[in-house]
Design a protein around this ligand. Sequence first.
Ligand code: ATP
Ligand code: MG
Length: 695
Amino acid sequence: DSHLSHGLLDKLNSEQRRAVEHGLEAQGRIDCPPLLVIAGAGSGKTNTLAHRVAHLVANGADPRRILLLTFSRRAAMEMTRRVERICGDALASKGRAREAKGAILPWAGTFHGVAARLLREYALQIGLDPCFTIHDREDSADLINLVRHELGFSKTERRFPTKGTCLSIYSRCVNAESDIDAVLTTSFPWCAGWREELKRLFEAYVEAKQAQNVLDYDDLLLYWAEMTNDPVLAAEMGRRFDHILVDEYQDTNAVQSSILLALKPDGRGVTVVGDDAQSIYSFRAATVRNILDFPARFDPPAKIVTLERNYRSTQPILAAANAVIDLARERFAKNLWTERNSGGRPLLVAVGDEADQARYVVERVLDNREAGAALKQQAVLFRTSHHSGPLEVELTRRNIPFVKFGGLKFLDAAHVKDLLALLRFVENPRDRVAGFRLMQLLPGMGPSTATRLLDGMKEDADPLAALAAVAAPARVGADWPLFLALIDHLKAGAAGWPAEIGYCREWYERQLDRIYDDAATRRADLVQLEQIASGYPSRERFLTELTLDPPDATSDEAGPPHLDEDFLILSTIHSAKGREWKSVFLLNVVDGCIPSDLATGASAEIEEERRLLYVAMTRAKDDLHLVVPQRFYTHGQHPRGDRHVYASRTRFITEEILPLLEVVSWPTPTTQAAEARSARSVRIDVGAKMRGMWR
Ligand code: ATP
Ligand code: MG
């Protein structure tokens, strides 16, 4: 209905509108050759994508046949909500508000999430057991470790790469579609001597995954890609979707782009948006070539729309961010401008050390809140998760609630993993990492007995029956039949979902006191987990989605906070992608952090660090604080161990950029005096004095 669409397009500028209407210009006809929107930060790419989906739906496209691929599940949910709102608004303005309710639900998710959904559906067709479980990075590293032990590498070869390094090398080979020699030479030269062993390890790792019916993150993409290699399946899957739209396309890798092209070989119905200057995932084999080469992949080439007006940031913030990225070697030239001419220059704040840095941030955050900005409208960003340590301590001390994105996850807590291992084992008894963890929760059960039991059931067609048939391990005693009964009960689905997680928790809580000293606090988390679980329709969906997109860590360590609470956002720069806040604080803007000490110095890696700084700076709407501690402590991450270093401002902020910033140091003599004053006033307890007076 074109009237509906008119209202919907009102708020867009003419380029955005061009992107939204592409292929729909002719009334009532949908014919969409491929489209690329390439534009700088805050220019409304994501907003345009949401409007495009809404506009497609308004023009008669079936929302269930639209696939929206985003960078995180949170982004997918936000996008779905946005689409609904836009459609709802447009309908409401025509007095048809009731039509919008629940009618607009495109398929939305990450490449991995969508892959998991499709694989379950097509499992039988491609010879996969539909009960597969998914391993997160830590599980994958654990499995590699098991295999490593089995092959004897860890014993005989003392300096064999760690499980984490092995997994990184493996993952790199898979995602970059490149062979192990190339990966070792370019990215892991110090492991090159283990080439033959690594090859054997990876071979055995792949076999183990298949035997155990588990998929790791990389497998989700690989299986999906493999499925699209079959022309019949690819066409069938491609036909399900009239439109496929991808946000943040600059951070997709070779496998993801080949999936997209296999689904839509002629590019019809495909829209991708992104910004080459924000490509920050090459360490996971993302390649900016995907976006740069996109137009020429099709004949005729894809239509390109560029957006130049930035709606997010004030002019001074934009000027500084543009200056940083202008020094980049290679990029698709863009000219961003804004009408938001007010506001001060970004602050470059010199502080003594990380403790001062934490205090500075807390003071400013509280000032902002006094001035009316909620905590949620402010964010503190950092290069690496552990950089926020001192700040977390300070926030906790001052009772300021926060949520941390991209750091340690709720699910990484050992007791949460224990309980999940139980559910995973029931879902897929061949999952050895889950089984190994679970067995050792039983009293008197050590790694060798666990291994023996798991080995005994490995080959059996019915692994659980095989387990039940073994003689009870003597030391486990009465807990063994109880354990078997529980598994049996759950497997039969007798309790039903989500009630069964209550049974699991009860069983596990009986083991808890024996396993941990601080069982009481851990119990609270388990209750939380049970609540989270009850929000999912089935055990399988719960396990899949939790593994793919776990909830974030919070200040009270009791799981994710309620949405209506106010809290400060702490986030790695990587996890801040696509988001925006009124005030942004960037920690440790020093050489060694940005660029990271771990960047090898190869120019490609240094350039990626520059783009990271650009991404961080462009998250700010109204004010931006770049904090530079003069002394910096490297927390065990430094190749040369823990140590204090004298830090200097990041090399990306050159002398020429300085005039675009306001350079200050903190605490200044006046704030020191003010602080001393306020500290004094805290010590005077007027209340006590008054009470004394009346007594
Ligand atoms: P990033 O590169 O960081 O992902 P982006 O290009 O996706 O940024 P959006 O997040 O879509 O940009 O938009 C940035 C901000 O600008 C949002 O607050 C959005 O609501 C606003 N915005 C976008 N387009 C318009 C418009 N035409 N009118 C008013 N505000 C707009
Ligand atoms: Mg965006």
